[in-house]
Each structure stands twice: as structure tokens, then as C-alpha cells.
Write a new protein. Structure first.
Ligand SMILES: [Zn+2]
Length: 437
């Protein structure tokens, strides 16, 4: 069954630079978009130039003082902000670069508009590969993430959907999203990630399960290095099945971090693009309104392949494994294939027994939801705004969603399929260093 898919892409988002040598390269977004167009996938979905999030939108989750800082600081005036840099965790991993706030505004606006379109049943699936910055915290930047577009999109979805499921397949723990919804039973966060040996961000233990009304609503699947397709799916499938059974989400946000692929510059898993895509396909087939976002992914050519392939899965259109001609074709030498060979640098340290034990642990915790008095399974009527007692980390939100939708409809325009944007020659380097995400 084909679904209605909206794809949100701002052609400027690929032109930002975190700085020389920084592993996060927004340029990957231009490469993906070019592949999507040259595979003709734009004919299977509607492409929108998304809304740009305002400081007000961002302050629905983040503190006013932090967002004001992001708006004001520039590489030129950074000297005047030295005392704030460590306070907001900005400087090293999360550098101040030219256009930082514009970048945040673009990727956050795209996730927010995706949520709005899902709220109004305009589409079944919304895609924003520029989003998925899951580490950003209410008061500070973290792990290359400044504004948490996922949290802001989920807060929007909660206006219309009673229970939102968040699934995170990035190699890093989805700590910012988990923290935001740790106390609520309206959002279940499920993160599959490498855990242990001080791997960033250091959280995501299987015993982090949520608190207060949110007890049992945070699910963590800590994995060891080298996990392959078969082992990953062995745990992914039953965990998501149990979650569906016990939580019965009415909307899903899927963070498709591609640093869980084999041969990632910062990651340590051994997933193939097909294995990673299998998770996306599995979630697609749950037939629940879906917002798919990007995330990590630091070997540029592999991220581009992965999210292009996953776009094809979401629109349900098979594509050739021979890459089409694009201005970036040289990145994909020597094979020019959509599915690169898995090199498996790492031994799979996850035994069958270990994976079974984690799956069992998740099941035992989810079972507790049945006995929890706080759970409410009735649907929220259409236009409900979050009430003041909403335990989701909702900040004050007085925006009338209908007003903004009208503005959005005015701003919206469909991207012509031949609109290309040349990025720079900023190539990702071979995997040499292991650092933070
Ligand atoms: Zn990551």
C-alpha cells in the first residue's frame, strides 16, 4: 500500500559548515537531495521548502536565555560571549559557526512543519533528513546538536495525538529526547545504541526506565560494538512489537541516525544500508502516522546512500543499486553502488544470549504498564491543546496552531525538481579519529 509522503527540504541547509575537520557535515543533505531527485523519487512524494522555526517555537522546549544566546552569538562577536560558552556547552563539539541560528531554524522548522502536516492528516509520512538532533538539552547544546527539533515536533504532535512513540536507531543514545519526556506517559522513548566504555553520551543504561508517571515509558536497548544486521533485527523487531502492543502509539517519530552503519567515522556498529533500512521498513509497515528524521552519520557517502535508500522505502518505490549520475558521483567511487560492501572492522560483541536477556528485560518492564494506574488509553479529541498539567516538557505554548498553519500554507511552495545547489568540495575524510558523536 502506497502512502502519502511529504518531504521537507530547505536547499540552503546543506551550505552550513561546522568548521574545518568537524565530522558533522551539513553538506551531506545536498548530496542526499541530489540522489533523491536523480532517482526520480520526488515524483512519488511532495517536496516542500519548509517553514523556518522562530525563537518562540524553539522556546517551547529550550530556555529563553539559551535561545537568545544562539540568536546573538557569531564567530565575529564570540569574544564577548566567552563566559556563556561553557555555560551553554558551546565551543568545541558544538562550535559557533556562521549562520548557526539560521541552520537551527531550518532543520527545526522542517520537523515542526512535518508534525503539523501529520496533525492535519495531510500526509501519512513526513521526512526531514536535516532534523534528528537528539542530544540537544533544554539549557544547552550537546553532541553537535543545538536545538532539539525532535522534542519540539513531538510537543506539536501531542496537541493531536494521545500517545507518541519515539524510536532512535542512531549509534548514540537519544538522551535529549529521553530527558525531555522522562516524566510523562504520553511519550515513550525507545533507543537502540552503543553503551559502555565511555561511549558518548554515557547514558542509556537498561535501568533508565523513566520516573513518576513516566516510569516504564523510557526504553533503552544498550548494545555492544560490532552489531550486524541479523543481531540488530533480532532485538529491534521484538522490542518494537512489544512496545506497539503495550503502548499503542497513535503517532511515531523515527530518528534514523546513520552513524550506526558499518564503517562510520565515529560509530562502531556493523549495519549495512539494507539492515538499517529494514528497521525503517518495519516501522513504515506499522501503519501509524510517521515523522522520519535524520541524525548522526559521519561517513558522508554512506549517510547519503542510506537516507536515499530509506526515502525509497518510505515512498515504497524500488530503486536501482546502480547510483544515478549526480554532480557528487565521484564521492561514491570506486563501486558507485547504493549498497556498499560491509567491511566489518569490528567483531560482533553481542551474543545471542545477551540480546535475548535485554529483550526479556524490556518485555518485563513494558508488562508493568498494564498495572500502572496512570496510563490512559483513550484518544485525545482533535484540537486539544496541551493542558497546563501536561507532564511532557512543554513550555508555555500559546500559539494557535491554526494561525500558524495559515502562515505555513502561504509560505509553502513546491520545490522544482531541477533545482540544484552546488555545495562545496567538503569531503568527509577516511575514518581516522574516534571522538565524540
Ligand atoms: Zn549519533
Amino acid at each position: 500500500m502506497s502512502k502519502k509522503v511529504f518531504y521537507f527540504y530547505n536547499p540552503d541547509v546543506g551550505n552550513f559548515h561546522y568548521g574545518p575537520g568537524h565530522p558533522m557535515k551539513p553538506h551531506r543533505l545536498s548530496v542526499i537531495h541530489s540522489l533523491v531527485l536523480n532517482y526520480n523519487l520526488h515524483k512519488k512524494m511532495q517536496i516542500y521548502r519548509p517553514y523556518r522555526a522562530s525563537a518562540h517555537d524553539m522556546c517551547r522546549f529550550h530556555s529563553d536565555e539559551y535561545i537568545e544566546f544562539l540568536q546573538r552569538v557569531t564567530p565575529q562577536n564570540i569574544q564577548g560571549y566567552t563566559k556563556y560558552l561553557s555555560h551553554f556547552n558551546v565551543g568545541d563539539d558544538c562550535p559557533v559557526f556562521e549562520g548557526l541560528f539560521d541552520f537551527c531554524s531550518m532543520y527545526t522548522g522542517a520537523s515542526l512543519e512535518g508534525a503539523t502536516k501529520l496533525n492535519h492528516k495531510c500526509c501519512d509520512i513526513a521526512i526531514n533528513w536535516s532534523g534528528g538532533l537528539h542530544h540537544a538539552k533544554k539549557f544547552e547544546a550537546s553532541g553537535f546538536c543545538y536545538v532539539n527539533d525532535i522534542v519540539i515536533a513531538i510537543l506539536e504532535l501531542l496537541k493531536y495525538y494521545a500517545r507518541v512513540l519515539y524510536i532512535d536507531i542512531d549509534v548514540h543514545h537519544g538522551d535529549g529526547v529521553q530527558e525531555a519526556f522522562y516524566l510523562t506517559d504520553r511519550v515513550m522513548t525507545v533507543s537502540f545504541h552503543k553503551y559502555g566504555s565511555y561511549f558518548f553520551p554515557g547514558t542509556g543504561d537498561m535501568y533508565e526506565i523513566g520516573a513518576d508517571s513516566g516510569r516504564y515509558y523510557s526504553v533503552n536497548v544498550p548494545l555492544k560494538e560490532g552489531i550486524d544486521d541479523q543481531s540488530y533485527f533480532q532485538v529491534f523487531k521484538p522490542v518494537i512489537q512489544y512496545v506497539m502492543e503495550f503502548f499503542q502509539p497513535t503517532a511515531i517519530v523515527l530518528q534514523c541516525g546513520a552513524d550506526s552503519l558499518d564503517n562510520d567515522r565515529l560509530g562502531c556498529f556493523s549495519l549495512s544500508t539494507k539492515g538499517h533500512g529494514e528497521c525503517v521498513k518495519f516501522v513504515r509497515d506499522l501503519n501509524v502516522p510517521l515523522l522520519a528524521v535524520g541524525g548522526g552519520g559521519y561517513t558522508l557517502r554512506n549517510v547519503a546512500r542510506c537516507w536515499t535508500y530509506e526515502t525509497s522505502l518510505l515512498v515504497n518505490e524500488p530503486i536501482s543499486s546502480e547510483l544515478p549520475y549526480t554532480e557528487y558521483l565521484e564521492y561514491f567511487a570506486p563501486d558507485f553502488q547504493l549498497h556498499p560492501e560491509v567491511l566489518t572492522r569490528q567483531e560482533n560483541a553481542n551474543s545471542k544470549q545477551y540480546l535475548e536477556a535485554i529483550t526479556r528485560h524490556v518485555y518485563d518492564n513494558l508488562k508493568m504498564i498494564e498495572h500502572s494506574p496512570s496510563v490512559q488509553m483513550q484518544d485525545v479529541p482533535g484540537d486539544l491543546m496541551p493542558d497546563s498539567e501536561d507532564r511532557a516538557a512543554a513550555m508555555d505554548d500559546n500559539a494557535d496552531p491554526d494561525v500558524r498553519i495559515n502562515q505555513l500554507d502561504e509560505d509553502r511552495r513546491i520545490e522544482p525538481p531541477n533545482e540544484f545547489y552546488n555545495g562545496d568540495e567538503d569531503q568527509d575524510r577516511p575514518e581516522t579519529e574516534q571522538s565524540l558523536p
